[in-house]
Design a protein around this ligand. Structure first.
Ligand code: CAA
Ligand code: NAI
Length: 243
């Protein structure tokens, strides 16, 4: 059991990669709070995962909502050992067609949301003498991607925030790292035009998309004590789609 009785908040865990992470963390002994905007999927996920999972509805883009999430977790279990900032959205469009709304919505969730969650959780980790923060970047943030001005900007920013927080929080015993997944089989990629997805799949040396569990295993490693000396790092889990 690599996460025995550790308390984890995983944002966006009602679906996709976050759900796989909740499942994987529970397999390793963790108590998991599924923090997600999607009420129906969140309740279904918690029911499916059993007594070690609790769903709390949250909008990470909203400071008040995140404050409420953290207060509820502290009230219920008294500590937060792990925060996985996994919630994310896309609003893809070519630069020339991207609206102000499409740009701002993605910044609000993928960037400001990560800032909100981390800032609200940190005082509890500092008081406890340590913790683990895991952020979610993307192959799009590291290499850029057609149609993703907004999204790539946020996912590149995650790399910079991860390094900054590693420098600020290391002395408090808090590990901060990121995972940069490649194209992974979730609802997010299902929205892509089929021909572009086929093209992406064909350039992956492993010749397949990632599975949610592939990415969840990377989160698990970074959340475990095995990664205690891994800090400020962005782990690429992308089948080497770009090298
Ligand atoms: N590489 C190269 N060229 C591309 C391209 C790509 N990946 N995607 C689109 N283009 C080209 C098209 O071939 C087209 O070229 P021509 O003008 O010469 O015909 C031009 O760009 C415009 O494309 P569309 O006709 O499709 O334009 P559109 O306005 O109808 O749609 C779009 C634009 C919304 C960006 C659409 O192309 C699209 O959805 N593309 C996929 C974007 C993508 O990869 N999103 C990833 C989602 S998954 C995710 O985000 C997870 C993660 O972290 C990786
Ligand atoms: P998904 O769309 O399957 O799941 C995202 C979850 O986030 C959903 O449950 C959704 O309800 C939740 N969410 C959205 N907005 C929210 C908000 N404001 N507050 C709280 N929850 C919110 O997506 P997927 O693929 O599982 O993505 C997870 C993370 O991985 C995202 O950060 C994404 O950007 C990143 N990623 C995904 C890749 C992929 O190919 N699927 C590749 C690289 C990165």
């Amino acid at each position: 059991m690599r996460l025995n009785n550790k308390v984890a908040i995983i944002t966006g865990a009602a679906n996709g990669i976050g759900y796989a992470a909740a499942e994987r963390f529970i397999e390793e002994g963790a108590v998991v709070f599924i923090a997600d905007y999607d009420n129906d999927a969140g309740n279904a996920a918690a029911q499916h995962l059993g007594e070690k999972a609790t769903f709390i509805q949250v909008d990470v883009a909203n400071r008040g909502s995140v404050k409420q999430l953290v207060a509820t977790v502290i009230e219920q279990v008294g500590c937060i050992d792990i925060l996985v900032n996994n919630a994310g959205i896309t609003r893809d469009a070519m630069l020339t067609k991207m609206t102000e709304d499409q740009f701002q919505q993605v910044l609000d969730v993928n960037l400001t949301g990560v800032f909100h969650c981390t800032q609200e959780v940190i005082p509890h980790m500092v008081a406890a003498g340590g913790g683990k923060i895991i952020n979610t970047s993307s192959v799009s943030g590291v290499y850029g991607n057609v149609g993703q001005t907004n999204y790539a900007a946020t996912k590149a920013a995650i790399v910079g925030m991860t390094k900054t927080w590693a420098k600020e929080l290391g002395r408090k015993g808090i590990n901060v790292n990121a995972v940069a997944p490649g194209f992974t089989e979730t609802d997010m990629v299902k929205k892509m035009p089929e021909n572009i997805l086929t093209q992406m799949r064909s350039i992956v040396p492993l010749q397949r998309l990632g599975t949610p569990r592939d990415i969840a295993n990377a989160y698990l490693f970074l959340a475990s004590d095995e990664a205690s000396y891994v800090h400020g790092h962005t782990l690429h889990v992308d089948g080497a789609i770009m090298m």
